[in-house]
Ligand binder design. Sequence first.
Ligand SMILES: [Zn+2]
Length: 103
Amino acid sequence: MSKKTFMEKIINSDYRYDDIDSRVKGSTFKSEARTADRRIKACPKCSFCWEKDYHRTQSTHNRKQGKVKYLYYEDFPTYGKQVKTCPRCKKKETHEYSKIKTR
Ligand SMILES: [Zn+2]
């Protein structure tokens, strides 16, 4: 149950962005959820928390293509998080950004 609700908080990208793939292996992700907390950053622009997806980035397929994968979380507690603009906002600062702006 907790796994399911947690998974539901993982954002499916609601606009096109090919670096984002929300499919996460549940068991792997769950076991890492606590330690992952430390490397999660809070984006001041979109209010999403985000982190580099090490597992996916290090896959042979993505390494060959030089792709870096990121995970995004909505409604994730930002307390104690490092504040850093996410790669999505950096790239899309003006383009389609208003779609996900929450205020
Ligand atoms: Zn952002």
